[in-house]
Design a protein around this ligand. Structure first.
Ligand SMILES: *[C@@H]1O[C@H](CO)[C@@H](O)[C@H](O)[C@H]1NC(C)=O
Ligand SMILES: *[C@@H]1O[C@H](CO)[C@@H](O)[C@H](O)[C@H]1NC(C)=O
Length: 309
């Protein structure tokens, strides 16, 4: 009987917390001032990272962009500088943790302590599980999950020192729903979101509760990453729109941002629906067929559809 009571209380607490968060998210508040912030964005040379960089630059932040794509970095920097913004770029392979630590030291010397870290870089291969090759699976986890550990290790200490700062993780709808034909991607995004949850609790409990954490979970976007995939039920998001919503959430210090907000419905239903309901949900949302036309950033054959943002 006490077990049943505990479960009921647990479920009520879960929903109370979420309902509260959702209500609070509708209350207008003044966005925070980021004009003095040093903002580092991984994968800042293209796609979603590029859009966020331009938006932060407009608000007066000093941008530090990391990417493996030097040309994308250069183009983003030119655009920001042309509009009067401040931007520094570094070619960095975030899969290599020693490189992350080395370039982080360089950033601290050349620009200063990072006050907003945006773990945005991501990679997606889409194929049914057995068709994914081992190297791709490893790379997915290196880019989408492990790199967050290395960047946080590099930039959290100065945030702890001043009990201020903000860490943002660009996760995905796949963080809370395993998507067919994206098994590695979904698992890596779930792990990234779970990392944020643990870190949030650690910081709160250790008294460093002025360091903000935000996990952004957008639905699939029309960036190169998911080119060609589209569900029959829900159109892919326009990246510009998604970046606006993400910025809004970040500037309000929201902890969990879904784009669109209606994704909170499947999120909230998941714990109470039986697992098999997921099959019907995926069919209803047309996600089972959405990835059939996946071409990604490069049109390549199955088993080799790599795609980085
Ligand atoms: C940067 O952070 C370090 C601690 O990691 C601190 O000692 C240093 O004073 C900070 N620098 C500035 C300019 O705030
Ligand atoms: C994957 O694509 C790259 C270039 O796009 C090519 O060099 C490589 O041979 C391909 N690998 C497989 C397994 O098809």
């Amino acid at each position: 009987m006490t077990d049943v009571a505990a479960v009921v209380i647990g479920v009520l607490k879960f929903y109370f917390t979420w309902i509260f968060e959702v209500i609070v998210s509708f209350i207008p508040v003044k966005p925070k001032d980021v004009s003095k912030d040093i903002v580092l964005i991984t994968g800042g040379g293209s796609g979603f990272g590029h859009l966020l960089a331009v938006k932060f630059a407009k608000l007066g932040s000093t941008l530090i962009l990391w990417d493996i794509n030097a040309q994308g970095l250069q183009e983003t920097k030119e655009q920001i500088v042309k509009n009067g913004g401040k931007c520094h770029t570094y070619v960095c392979d975030i899969c290599n943790r020693n490189e992350v630590y080395e370039i982080a030291e360089k950033v601290k010397k050349e620009v200063g302590n990072v006050t907003i870290l945006v773990n945005n870089a991501g990679i997606a291969y889409s194929a049914s599980f057995l068709k994914l090759n081992d190297e791709n699976i490893e790379r997915t986890f290196q880019v989408n999950t492990l790199s967050h550990f290395w960047t946080c290790k590099a930039f959290l200490p100065s945030m702890l020192n001043s009990n201020s700062g903000h860490i943002v993780s660009i996760a995905s709808v796949a963080s809370f729903a395993g998507i067919p034909k994206l098994s590695d991607y979904s698992a890596s995004k779930a792990a990234a979101a779970s990392f944020m949850e643990s870190l949030f609790l650690e910081l709160q409990l250790s008294g460093k509760n002025n360091i903000k954490l935000t996990a952004v979970c957008p639905y699939f976007m029309n960036t190169g990453m998911f080119a060609g995939s589209e569900s029959s039920f829900m159109k892919n998001l326009e990246p510009e729109y998604a970046a606006d919503i993400a910025m809004k959430g970040i500037l309000r210090n929201e902890i969990f941002v879904t784009i669109p907000k209606t994704l909170l419905i499947p999120y909230a239903l998941k714990p109470i629906l039986p697992p098999k309901a997921g099959v019907e949900m995926i069919k209803l949302l047309g996600i089972d067929t959405a990835l059939d036309n996946f071409v990604g950033r490069h049109k390549v054959s199955l088993n080799n559809n790599t795609n980085e943002k």
